[in-house]
Design a protein around this ligand. Structure first.
Ligand code: SF4
Ligand code: SF4
Length: 165
């Protein structure tokens, strides 16, 4: 029986257990950045543009070592290892995948926050309803940390005035 394959003249599929390059599903990604923190060779990056209110999750498979840490930590199943192994290209840009997301804009000061609209939706889906007031969380999620601190400080001052003897 011959064992010589005609690859690359005839394409072949990787065996099911083969670990090829990862891919991010742009519909499932919420932009949390967990994969970025877990990636040993910095093949994943998180780039926030606070002027235009966007976050980019950038995957550079040219740096990827196929360790699958990104797949393990992704809370939505957006990043998956594939069986793809043919990644040679003459153009470096072919190695880069970008997912773009919208950042939440603070309703109090108008600045962009450091979390995405999809992160808020996800948080509301997973927080137990009996322990959290969804409407309150929704309202708070649209106010940035700085304004939240300001509002709670003002609330505390107001309360202390009310209860002062
Ligand atoms: S497989 Fe490993 S090296 Fe490649 S992007 Fe995921 S975490 Fe980074
Ligand atoms: S961990 Fe998953 S959801 Fe979070 S940024 Fe990475 S791919 Fe997107």
């Amino acid at each position: 029986m011959g064992v010589t394959l005609r690859y690359p003249f005839v394409s072949i599929e990787a065996p099911p257990e083969y670990r090829g390059v990862p891919h991010i599903d742009p519909e499932l990604c919420i932009g949390c950045g967990a994969c970025v923190n877990a990636c040993p060779p910095d093949a994943l990056m998180r780039i926030d543009d606070l002027k235009n209110g966007t976050r980019e999750i950038v995957l550079d498979i040219g740096r990827c070592i196929r360790c699958a840490r990104c797949e393990e930590v992704c809370p939505t199943g957006a990043v998956k290892m594939t069986g793809r192994f043919e990644v040679a290209s003459l153009d470096r840009r072919d190695h880069v995948e970008v997912v773009r997301l919208r950042l939440v804009r603070c309703e109090a000061c108008g600045e962009y926050t450091d979390y995405t609209e999809r992160q808020v939706v996800k948080a509301l889906q997973i927080l137990p309803e009996e322990e959290y007031d969804a409407e309150e969380i929704k309202a708070y999620s649209r106010i940035c940390r700085r304004c939240r601190r300001k509002l709670s400080a003002l609330g505390a001052i107001e309360a202390s005035r009310r209860f002062a003897p």
